[in-house]
Write a protein that binds this ligand. Structure first.
Ligand code: HEM
Length: 483
């Protein structure tokens, strides 16, 4: 089988697509692992030119081989792409030429076989219709009081930590994960963090096993072996499914509550042919796993980076605070109606999503031989769409591409695929509206009450662990604002 990769390598070379040489069996995986380990072994100076730490293989190979190049995952070619036109073509393709990379029997446990993220074709369209109805703007607005209540609960705890002192220090990364866990528990289940905590704990362990499996080449049949990791995967999966099943039994009865995600997932809907359609119990469980993971990790990390960047940029912190005072007053609680007036906060959130996108890459697989621009992609080739590289591209964003400058969002963008933190096309993030509303509300409430700066104990270390997060925590010093 060594001939197939070598033939594919020559095929790509003829088309001008180069890359590191194929190595039998392992491909370039060992090299990639080495680069990641080296990048993570040391702290990083505090600047935002982070591609070298977060995607070191891309940083090194794009310098040598260009913005698009080919590398190897076992026998499979992976094409790294950071050309906005090509990315647009892939993500909007409606001819079925590209699909999500299927979960392997070892990676499927984090989000489940029947959750939106892994589905394809009619099944996907069916789930997506239901999930879209659940996440429409009106619904997200109806969650504002819950989000505000969760955030206020967190801020009361912060006041206890402050204990009357003028300043206090917190690792906001931890705090914001607890906050977003509480928010998703309330909006999805009408429950609270404590009730969902067990599922989050199990998911965190599953994340480690997922990463381990995703980095290694899958050997057919391996899933049946009762290795330590496999036994752990099965146990965690069984336990989290059971916990979610219990939550469903307890909270799914609120069928009348049209604000509760779970009851929306369990309600029958009319499909385009006018027939009733409804998700089965395993499908509901897997969608809940998706919401628990996607709803907490990404948004908590986004807010963490927002606070770190504002801690470093007092001028933008003041602008954001003045805006909150103008729109909501200095101690009123935010309401849904005025969220659109938070122009500076919107630009700050966007600039954070550009520099520190929680999802750094989007992946697809060619289902057949397909033409992409001038490139011919063989069937089964995997495509790694490097959204973090596009977000940091000086040719797209100018010489100051690695600087924090929210004002750049005052101008309209020239290319729709130059800023894609939530993806693009039919599979764009289903929870985008809720993520942005949550981030704006939490930031507004924090900034109304505290000014803040980076703690001298903070060590910069952007790291990819499924999503982009600070390796050594996010220590910030808060000062209470007298109002
Ligand atoms: C800042 C926060 C978030 C970011 C940056 C983000 C990013 C993304 C991206 C890039 C995709 C597209 C993946 C692809 O095309 O392969 C995606 C899909 C998805 N996201 Fe998010 N997400 C966020 C928050 C959320 C939240 C809060 C939820 C739900 C509670 C959510 C649920 C989903 C789901 C279900 C999909 C799959 C959609 C489909 O395949 O049809 N996300 N997200």
């Amino acid at each position: 089988t060594i001939w197939v990769p070598l033939r594919t390598q020559t095929h790509f070379q003829k088309q001008g697509l180069r890359g590191p040489a194929y190595r039998p069996v392992v491909g370039t995986s060992a090299e990639i692992r080495r680069m990641f380990a080296e990048a993570l072994s040391k702290p990083f100076p505090f600047h935002h030119n982070i591609v070298q730490r977060v995607a070191p293989f891309y940083h090194q190979w794009s310098v040598m081989y260009g913005k698009n190049f080919v590398y190897w995952f076992g026998l499979k070619p992976r094409v790294a792409i950071s050309d906005p036109d090509m990315i647009k073509e892939i993500l909007f393709n409606s001819g079925g030429s590209f699909r999500k990379i299927p979960f392997t029997p070892l990676t499927k446990y984090l989000l489940g076989d029947w959750g939106l993220v892994g589905l394809e074709g009619d099944k996907w369209a069916f789930h997506r219709r239901i999930v879209n109805q659940a996440f429409n703007m009106e619904r997200v607005k109806s969650w504002v009081p819950e989000i505000v209540e969760s955030t206020m609960k967190m801020l009361e705890k912060w006041e206890d930590v402050r204990g009357g002192r003028e300043e206090f220090e917190l690792d906001v990364h931890k705090e914001l994960h607890l906050l977003l866990g509480d928010v998703i528990s309330r909006t999805a289940f009408g429950s609270c963090f404590e009730e969902g905590k067990h599922v989050f704990d199990l998911q965190e362990q599953q994340m480690h096993l997922f990463t381990k499996a995703a980095r290694s080449i899958y050997i057919p049949g391996f899933r049946f072996l009762p290795t330590k990791s496999n036994r752990e995967r099965w146990r965690l999966d069984k336990e989290s499914s059971e916990s979610i099943r219990t939550l469903i039994a307890k909270n799914g009865k609120n069928k009348g509550d049209s604000r509760n995600l779970l009851s929306l997932l369990m309600t029958p809907y009319k499909n385009p042919d006018g027939e009733d359609e409804k998700l089965g119990i395993q499908e509901v469980i897997d969608e809940c796993k998706t919401f628990y993971f996607a709803g907490k990790e990404t948004t908590a990390n986004l807010l963490t980076w927002v606070l770190l960047l504002l801690a470093q940029h007092p001028e933008w912190q003041s602008k954001a605070r003045e805006e909150v005072f103008r729109v909501f007053g200095d101690n009123q609680l935010p309401v849904a109606e005025n969220l659109n007036d938070l122009k500076n906060i919107t630009m700050i959130v966007n600039e954070t999503l550009r520099l520190y996108p929680p999802a750094t890459m989007i992946t697809r697989q060619a289902t057949k031989k397909v033409k992409l621009g001038s490139l011919e992609i063989p069937a089964d080739a995997q495509l790694y769409l490097m959204l973090i590289a596009i977000h940091h591209d000086t040719e797209i964003w100018g010489e100051d591409a690695h600087e924090f400058n929210p004002s750049r969002f005052l101008e309209s963008r020239r290319h729709s695929a130059s800023f894609i933190p939530f993806g693009l096309g039919p599979r764009i993030c289903a929870g985008q509206t809720s993520a942005v509303v949550e981030a704006k509300l939490a930031l507004a409430l924090i900034i109304q009450r505290y000014s803040f700066r980076m703690s001298p104990t903070y060590v910069h270390g952007p790291m990819l662990f499924l999503t982009l997060q600070p390796q050594y925590g996010a220590q910030i010093i808060f000062t209470k604002i007298a109002n």
